[in-house]
Design a protein. Sequence first.
Length: 166
Amino acid sequence: MELKDYIRIITKNYLLIAIITVLIMLATYFVTKNQPPSFDGAVTFTVINSERFPPNQYGYDYYFTIQSASLLADTIDGWFGSPGFVKQVYDTAQVNFPATDTKSAARLFKSIKEIEKSTVVTVSIKTDKAEETSRLVTAASTVVTQEIERLKKSQKIPDTFTIIAS
């Protein structure tokens, strides 16, 4: 078929093409208009291990210090997949816990560690109320800090770890 044939088909069915385009636009408008608003919130946890070795042990360039911080970041990442921890965050935020089973509770927060050996964990949540989102992000930061302090007191991790929430 040549270009003239395509143009002839389009001009012959112009009304049908216009009606379909308008229907798609109207359907898109009504679908997006009727969706409830959602609010996203996120907090980034950076794990820092300030442990420094004596000058005569410089051979590994702080490899083990970085690796231990990465493992603690893995632990924080895992906490947000735990229904008990997520419920603790909701209780701290004084927000109604929406999950009915453990599978849905583990999916309320989305925790991302971009690189396997990274010491940065980004945790995000989406709710339908702005105030709830803000309170949950603040509570997540508070609960992680409390858990790290509890681990330090029980001497399960060294006192050299610092968690920065931003």
